[in-house]
Design a binder for this molecule. Structure first.
Ligand code: 13P
Ligand code: SF4
Length: 339
């Protein structure tokens, strides 16, 4: 097998057999994956499908994965909440998380005895980086008795200091489920602000933000509305308040997709990471997706080659310190119990 220069992985051949086995998928993704790219993707997809069977593995893909991963090799797809829920139910021996590190840690927390793989350990998250376990302890000391609601976009060590977790898909429900007048909500200040405006609960925030969503401005939305009259605008709650107020709908990545499939607008601007537009565009050819491309550099560390290598070597695996894991599991399981 030839090797890519300077890289520790071989280039797989695009044989006529591989072309035939992947032809239906190529046709389905023709609108979002250029023809010239297919010979590079197809052999990886073909190898991954075989390896998944050999390893009794499933691939969980976040909505921000590129379409060749999202539609090509994943078994479970969705937002952070869906991935956590489905990970908890999975019977496979090996879970490969095509997403960022905190998502793989969450999958491990609910599956302590399974092998959980993250194809690139460097796939981090600016929100998870913004806070430490010591910060949470200091917040608790400053606000005694106030419960800590922690976004899943955090490390297991931070979850271990928390009362309950939430995702963007259930944040309002989780905060209201506590039945208290005040909560500490961390680490995303924009999600905290979004929840504060939708509940009667006083929110004590932490100044973290997502490096992708914080960049959108209200002016981006006005510019888009002027350029594409009638365009629907759907935003993720990690965006700043003025962006959310200028949007037609706000939701988690799964909530955005549900809204689109229900409303079926002629054109839409999804104010979020742009691979999601490609993934939904592949299923909604009648809708025009207009998108200034904003990629999450962490999500983009996950590639087909990385997934194949993870399945071949059963590494890198997520291994958590037993004591931290036992404590971090509690707020995640509390979250999953809230319907
Ligand atoms: P969702 O839970 O909405 O998929 O969000 C995860 C995320 O990282 C958004 O940037
Ligand atoms: Fe984290 Fe933002 Fe990337 Fe989501 S898009 S993983 S919140 S940095």
């Amino acid at each position: 097998m030839p090797h890519a220069p300077g890289r520790d992985t071989e280039i797989l051949a695009y044989t006529p057999q591989v072309a035939a086995r992947t032809a239906a998928l190529r046709d389905r993704l023709a609108a979002v994956v250029p023809d010239e790219e297919w010979p590079a993707h197809a052999p990886e997809i073909d190898a991954i499908l075989r390896l998944k069977q050999q390893r009794d593995a499933v691939v969980l893909a976040h909505n921000y994965m590129t379409p060749e991963i999202f539609h090509g090799v994943s078994d479970i797809r969705g937002d952070s909440l869906a991935l956590a829920r489905e990970a908890a139910k999975s019977e496979a021996a090996v879970l490969v998380v095509a997403g960022v590190h905190f998502m793989a840690e969450t999958a491990k927390l609910v599956n302590p005895d399974k092998t959980v793989l993250i194809p690139d350990r460097r796939a981090g998250c600016s929100l998870a980086e913004s806070i430490t376990a010591a910060d949470v302890r200091a917040l608790r000391a400053a606000h005694p008795g106030v419960p800590v609601v922690t976004y899943v976009n955090t490390s297991a060590a931070v979850k271990a200091e928390s009362d309950i977790c939430c995702t963007s898909g259930n944040s309002v429900r989780i905060v209201e489920s506590l039945g208290v007048p005040r909560v500490i909500m961390l680490p995303d200040r924009f999600l905290a602000d979004y929840v504060a405006r939708r509940t009667a609960v006083e929110i004590i925030p932490w100044p973290g933000q997502c490096e992708v969503h914080e960049r959108f401005t209200e002016e981006d939305i006005h510019t888009m509305r002027r350029a594409v009259p009638g365009v629907a605008v759907v935003a993720h709650p990690e965006c700043p308040r003025d962006v959310l107020e200028a949007a037609d709908h706000v939701g988690s990545t799964a909530g955005m997709i549900d809204w689109l499939k229900r409303e079926r607008p002629a054109s839409v601007f999804l104010v979020t990471e742009c691979s999601m537009s490609d993934n939904v565009a592949a299923e909604m050819p009648e809708t025009r997706f207009v998108r200034p491309c904003t990629l999450c550099p962490h999500m983009k560390r996950i590639t087909l080659t990385g997934i194949r290598r993870a399945l071949e070597t059963l590494s890198p695996s997520v291994d958590l310190d037993a004591e931290t894991a036992a404590r971090a599991r509690v707020p995640v399981e509390r979250m999953l119990a809230v319907r």
